[in-house]
Design a protein. Sequence first.
Length: 202
Amino acid sequence: MVLYYILLPLAWLVFHIGFRVHTVGRENLRKVQTKGCIIAPNHVSAIDPVFIVISRFWGRRMLVFAKRSCLRSTPCSPGSSAAAARSACAVLRMSWRSLTGPWRPAGRGRLCSSSRRVPAKRGRFLPPKSGLFVIAAQAGVDVVPVRIRYDTPDGKMRLFCRVNVIYGEPMPAAQFAMESRRDMKVLRANKQALLDAWEQLK
């Protein structure tokens, strides 16, 4: 836990030297009505989660989670998707701030999820994964849409480029409630709602 708060200022410094990070709408995080929340950004490059963490900067420790297949090229050894989902729900329900150290009650737990984006020349987002909404429904938390936009000709990350991190209005927990574990109608509606939210963040 202490290491997180040591590395956070260092990451902020390094990434502000390498990029021109511009944050918009951070005050929307104060509008979250649940004990914890999921921050749901689009995903352009592998270091996108770092921009989310440093754009929010200080506060309760953030946890980043992604689909298991996204971690296959990393040295870590993730568990099953079901176990990851259960852990994520536990963090959000009980506001545990750490998955790597002792699990102790804290204040407002926040998780950062991510989705993917197709190449900029096609100009549209790929649909987010259903797991995001399943976890939000089971944990009963708000989802905050975030758009990461690189000001480059092709929309891809380049060293020293301007990086816009734009926070949208929280999506209320009530809209993720499902009658069954995987209510496809609700999942499709929420996927489209998040896609629309990303499109509106410019």
